[in-house]
Design a protein around this ligand. Structure first.
Ligand SMILES: [Mn+2]
Length: 514
């Protein structure tokens, strides 16, 4: 056992309150290791919380015990405002909510309060350690990281991952870039924990969760990252009772009906240019509406097109969104054609084999003509197809695609479209192939949780953490003011004992008795 793994085991044995955070996007190799660790640590008697900043995708709902995953969490870092009452005596504390702020109104019984009597501090954190799995960079934790950046320096982070790009952000970093999946790395760690604690930890669910990670990241052992070690790990997990068929069935063989309808539309709409080894398809906004499918349901199809169209070098899928934006996904079948260079011709970018671009306005067929023409020209030049031939071919095809002779109009129009091409947004541009390792993509800040969610979370916390006070709270629920507006008649005078922990309700006056 290497030193880092032993350090992790020592910490896991020592600590009690553990927060596990899988990365976004949520998939088999982020949810798998998170849930497997959850069960292992539960068996060791730990308090474990799993939080995912993204909902569990349909394809991974079958994973055992996804119901333990929370979509929100409170780090428990209470911000405490302390008022020194040695000089002035406290009469009441009022809270008054305003847009984006809360006023705490402190009324003295005797004397006067000033800034000198007020101090600030932080309450105790709710967790002893954080474990991130399959997370190359903290920004992959999305809003959890954006909203709580400080938390990740206050609480030690154990970072378990296999991405080459991992920024080693943890206090302890267990990174193995040779592992096909994060779950592959967990097998020796769990076995060592079994040995050192004398407890049987592996079971069929844990084995299934771990195998799901390997199957997801290797594309069911089809991708280039598949190693002898991945096969050995998978065999090992099957011996532990991993349900391989269940995983394959859900991840690879189950498609939503809407996805199948959408794929049908796309497949019937494929266009091929044999000479330039170029395949493309378009999907209109109407196609999405007719098939009742979402934009993200085109996910796997471009890769499917790529592997099933022999002799193809470039695949492009053009999607029309409802707001008139047309996004293009570009794939190339060899490293000799740089997909990001092709996407760059339309203001986008990405990786060598997978890239994307966005055209902010224009109608689908005109954008299609422009894109197809440019890609064909690129290939003609690359493949040294003679100009005459290409011109003749170009003309011939134009006749087929568009029987009227509006070609020159289209070209003229396309020139104006070029002006409207925007630099692609980083969140949408690189569309890495499903098979490749997840790249760190800085996501736009997600909307913070609504007030409702926050209070619901608080209510949950109160329920579990503070049973004694819950009766106290119940007494006041019936008479709680309905509106946010502060009217004195609505306000209830609530008695609060000194040194007693009281949950402040909005727009209430708390009276402190001696
Ligand atoms: Mn992974």
């Amino acid at each position: 056992m290497d030193q880092t793994s032993q350090q992790i085991i020592d910490i896991l044995k020592r600590t009690q309150r553990i927060l596990i955070m899988p990365s976004a996007p949520a998939d088999g190799d982020s949810l798998g290791p998170a849930l497997a660790l959850y069960h292992v640590l539960k068996k060791l008697g730990k308090e474990v919380t799993v939080v995912s900043c993204e909902p569990v995708p349909d394809a991974f709902q079958f994973l055992p015990t996804t119901s333990v995953i929370h979509e929100d969490f409170s780090p428990g870092n209470d911000f405490i405002v302390t008022i020194d009452t040695s000089k002035a005596k406290l009469s009441t504390i009022k809270t008054r909510l305003e847009q984006n702020k809360v006023n705490i109104i402190i009324t003295p019984k005797t004397g006067q309060f000033s800034a000198r009597e007020v101090s600030f501090s932080h309450g105790e954190a709710k967790y002893d350690i954080i474990i991130t799995v399959d997370t190359g960079d903290l920004s992959q934790l999305g809003r959890f990281y954006e909203d709580n950046t400080g938390l990740f320096t206050q609480i030690p982070v154990i970072n378990i991952d296999h991405h080459a790009s991992n920024s080693a952000f943890g206090r302890i970093n267990l990174i193995d870039i040779m592992a096909s999946a994060t779950t592959e790395m967990l097998i020796p760690l769990i076995e060592e924990l079994e040995k050192q604690t004398g407890k049987k930890l592996f079971d069929e669910d844990i084995a299934t969760l771990l195998l799901a990670g390997i199957i997801t990241d290797t594309g069911s052992f089809q991708n280039a990252n598949t190693t002898p070690r991945s096969f050995a790990a998978a065999a090992h997990l099957v011996r532990y009772g991993a349900r391989q068929q269940e995983i394959i069935q859900h991840i690879f063989k189950t498609k939503r009906l809407s996805t199948l309808r959408l794929w049908g539309r796309i497949l019937s709409n494929i266009k091929v240019d044999q000479k330039t080894h170029f395949v493309w398809a378009t999907i209109s906004h109407k196609d999405f509406a007719d098939t009742e499918s979402r934009y993200d349901e085109t996910g796997g199809i471009i890769d499917e097109l790529m592997t099933n169209a022999p002799g193809t070098e470039i695949v492009i899928l053009l999607k029309e969104r409802e707001n008139g934006v047309i996004s293009g996904s570009v794939r190339t079948t060899s490293d000799s054609i740089d997909a990001s260079q092709l996407a760059g011709m339309f203001g986008g970018g990405g990786h060598v084999r997978a890239a994307g671009f966005k055209i902010v306005s224009g109608d689908l067929s005109t954008v299609e003509q422009l894109v197809v023409e440019k890609i064909k020209n690129f290939q003609r030049e690359r493949l040294h197809l003679s100009g005459e031939e290409s011109a003749a071919q170009q003309f011939g095809e134009q006749q087929i695609i568009n029987s009227n002779t509006s070609k020159f109009e289209a070209v003229a129009e396309s020139a104006s479209i070029l002006k409207t091409i925007s630099a692609a947004e980083p969140s949408s541009t690189p569309e890495p192939a499903q098979s490749g390792p997840k790249k760190t993509i800085k996501k736009p800040a997600l909307k913070k949780s609504t007030k409702k969610e926050t209070s619901a979370q608080k209510a949950r916390d109160a329920k579990t953490a503070d049973v004694d006070h819950s009766t106290d709270v119940d007494r006041f629920t019936d008479t709680k003011p309905e509106t946010d507006e502060v009217t004195f008649s609505d306000q209830l005078l609530r008695k609060a004992k000194k040194d007693d922990e009281t949950t402040l309700e909005p727009d209430m006056i708390y009276k402190f008795e001696e």
